[in-house]
Design a protein around this ligand. Sequence first.
Ligand code: KIV
Ligand code: ZN
Length: 515
Amino acid sequence: MLAVSPFNQLALSGVGPIKDVMIFDTTLRDGEQAPGIALSPEDKIRIAIALDDLGVDILEAGFAASGETEREIISEIARSNLNSKVCSLARAVRSDIDAVIDTGIDMVHTFIATSDLHMKYKLKMTPDEVKAKAVEVVEYAKAHGLEVQFSCEDATRSDLDFMKDILKSVQEAGADSVNIPDTVGVITPRAMGYLISELKSVLRVPISVHCHNDMGLAVANSIAAIDSGATICHVCMNGIGERCGNASLEEVAVNLFANYGIQTVDMSKIANTSKLVERITGFGLAGNKPIVGKNAFAHESGIHVHGVMSNSLTYEPFKPEMVGADRAIVIGKHSGAHSVQGRLDALGVDFPAENMQELLATVKKIAVGDKMIDDAELLAIVDNIVWRNTTKTTAVSLDELTVLTGKNTTSTAVVTVTIDKNDKRTAADVGVGPVDAAINAIRKAINDKITMEEYKLNAITGKSDSICEVTVMVKNVRNDGALAVGKAVGLDIVETSVDAMMAAINRDYARRRDA
Ligand code: KIV
Ligand code: ZN
């Protein structure tokens, strides 16, 4: 199922066994604070239920003091019979604790800033005042029967001795756990390890960690904290959160599972939970987002596809099914015969080997830019090649095509065709649109008695960058009333329509010669 680095285990020898880690999910609080995310009560409840089903231990459902609606949502979540413990954020002020008590939940996460920067410019309080406030609020919350987690906001820019002092004091006041936020994502993994070890040496309550991703180290810092003794980890699904987000739930969970053998959540539900949060928040994931991005298990280049088809662990750290995801063998401009053949095998298509080069050439021609060819498009190309190869005649070739079109202009086309290698003809015509103009010009060049009996256009994927498939049925190519069918696939509607028309004309020429 997985093949991670053996050095991970080697590096852990000498470090005591890492205990179970509790997942403290803050998708509905810090995650919702991300610019652009605003969740309705129904959205929050749906996400809470999904996160509970995923198996998070603690759910920070919101910030009770922010308003009546928020309190109602928190209460509603708490009434939903979840296994996760429901918690609310609260500043270190009594009125915020009262707001949490009003919701009827059992746990509060209360915080006050401890860095000089925050104490001086934001709180305008001295360190002694901050410490007194922290202790008072923890005592107050405990006296009201709440489980308390206490956070030193901006911990990673705070004075270590002051933090040890305040954290020992809140521990004495009854705090059940303490949390170390890297509020603006400024610490490095090694420093985080040092900080947690230092704090662990003076505390007996569990230590939690809350890492932001401003410098891209949120997950690494969370893991470093756990490596050094933290046993609770704050995360958000899809890594959403203030500014550059929080440590992502899925990345932390997969790292703990794959590299430390610690199961925190139901791994197989990760992909679906991520999709639900993406859909509801409208916060789209980058294709290369680890674990849950659309490229996480997608392979296009020939070498990688070959490797993955022989053993997927060659180019994947673990199998996608471990997190409930699917592998995608993408057909694009880097695809080789292995990728295409693999896709055809998976689709159960028996494609003649002698036509593989033609198929690869068509794929490369169509997969321009970042265009990917999906299964339905691949099947349309395959069908067209098989159809094309039933009649090989190219008695009539299209040498040139120019089409002029626009808004409030008469579409005009000029074509040059050659019949039987030496009869070169150029003709121009107009039409109701560019396709009609091009078809009329071809008719004029070859035989203006040709009639279009049927024209069908199908955009395979239904998207604007889809391959289109055109089928035409024409009559009278050689003035005998016979019908001929032509088909083509391509990206450009005009070019593909013209290709289909030329295919029909050549079919008719082939019939005449065979007869
Ligand atoms: O990032 C942070 O410091 C926070 C606190 C409220 C804990 O989210
Ligand atoms: Zn935060």
